[in-house]
Design a protein around this ligand. Sequence first.
Ligand code: MG
Length: 174
Amino acid sequence: MIRTGLGWDLHSLVTGRRFLLGGVEIPAEKGELGHSDGDVLAHAVTDALLGAAALGDIGELYPPQDPAWKDADSLVLLRSAYGKALEAGWRLVNLDCVVICEKPRILPYREAIRASLAAILEVDAGSVFVKGKTAEGLGIVGGGLAVEALATALLERPDEPPGGAASPVWGRRS
Ligand code: MG
């Protein structure tokens, strides 16, 4: 069985905070405001994985009101969420992401972000992709007040074929 999941997140950008994407710190004038470390991409990926596995969402499992998650490393949340998916028999096939911000440029950090996410999810970097976009100067993202991230994840889980493993129907496409 395969399932897709979609994740989205947005964080305010303020001075005096780190700018983190998928666990990679990027030099920037402003960073993400958040109860945790504010890693907007890690949060979007976490929700994509949880959604694909139908296991809840990040706000439900790691509530921002909970002091346990104050300044939390978002990669710990991500790994915890993926661990729940693994326990349920799922594994990640591939992950695709979009980060939208006016600056900094994401492209110079893309490979580092891919490697960071791939390492925490124990997949090949070829199974993870990240694209940077701007908002063309429009809205709060375009105005540099916020950063937004989207992620889509494909999960796979081996299932007992209908009628048993020897069923001649299983896998037939016509
Ligand atoms: Mg968030």
